[in-house]
Design a protein around this ligand. Structure first.
Ligand code: ATR
Length: 273
């Protein structure tokens, strides 16, 4: 039986087992996908268990996504640029790592706003952490002409912008409201607006109808940002889809079947939110 895992610390809250469990049942596969609590100091020992054949591969989550990178035999170009790995697998006796966050972000956007890359010239990104890095890489890869980063800590936005060319710029958090009107796509990559977190305060008065507003927060499913965008004729894109789509490449590598994000899978996850 093919055994897969998600390692994190803590790992009890992860929704990945529900996603992969759904696909395993849907495709009638006899594999498993298990939560394994692995504190940072035990990552190397856990990797030895994969090398010895106990697992085919799995996902890596907080706080191990960065620590696992130098311990692998091969890391994809994407994961290297991201500085973090979320998917690992054995291939030809070697342990491989990739980061599927940018893929998940783009695939969901393609799903919800087909042809978006043909009409988005300016994108406004709120935040400059790990999730923002994946989003900026994804948008740059699709040729978005102007990407503006705003972050509470300006230095972090400047550092992220510096990894790219002149098409990515950093601005102060206080400029966000004024940038809404010039943006074709707005993405919240911070935890603001998540249940239990402070609200995201962004003045959407200047939002142009048709502007795509994407929130990576998915608890609640419709955040105040998305509700505000909807009320002004914007196109809201929720965060659950990124979570679902980022799981696709891993499942395909471990089990040899490319799974789909179906309405049934979404409904299952939504029922748990
Ligand atoms: P992730 O991997 O989910 O992106 P992260 O790397 O810790 O997590 O980044 C969190 C992002 O949310 C950062 O942009 C952070 O801003 P700072 O760089 O200034 O810390 C942002 N964030 C979190 N809490 C915030 C708050 N209360 N107000 C504003 N920004 C916040």
């Amino acid at each position: 039986m093919t055994r897969c895992f998600i390692i994190g610390h803590p790992v009890a809250h992860s929704r990945s087992p529900m996603i992969h469990g759904h696909w395993l049942a849907e495709h009638g596969l006899g594999g498993s996908y298990e939560r394994v609590d692995v504190p940072p100091g035990e990552v190397a020992a856990f990797l030895d268990r994969i090398r010895s054949g106990e697992f085919a591969g799995g996902n890596v989550t907080v706080p191990n996504k960065e620590a696992v990178l130098p311990l692998l035999d091969h890391v994809s170009e994407t994961a290297r640029r991201m500085g973090a790995v979320n998917t690992i697998w054995m291939e030809d006796g070697r342990l491989h790592g990739d980061n599927t966050d940018a893929f998940g972000f783009l695939a969901h956007l393609d799903d919800r706003a087909p042809g978006w890359d043909g009409r988005v010239e300016t994108a406004l990104i709120l935040g400059a952490g790990g999730a923002a890095r994946a989003v900026v890489h994804g948008l740059a890869e699709r040729g978005v002409g102007r990407i503006i980063l705003v972050n509470r800590s300006p230095a972090r936005a400047q550092e992220l912008a510096a990894e790219f060319g002149a098409n990515v710029e950093a601005r102060g958090w206080g400029e966000a409201d004024g940038l809404v009107a010039v943006s074709d796509l707005i993405v919240n990559t911070t935890s603001l607006g998540m249940q239990g977190q402070p609200p995201l305060e962004l003045d959407l008065a200047g939002l142009r109808p048709g502007t795509i507003v994407d929130d990576i927060v998915y608890v609640p499913l419709e955040t105040a940002l998305l509700a505000g965008a909807r009320a002004r004729g914007g196109l809201p894109v929720d965060g659950l889809g990124m979570l679902l789509h980022q799981a696709i490449p891993g499942f395909e590598r471990w089990f040899g079947v490319r799974p789909q994000v179906t309405p049934a899978l979404r409904a299952r996850l939504e029922a748990d939110i």
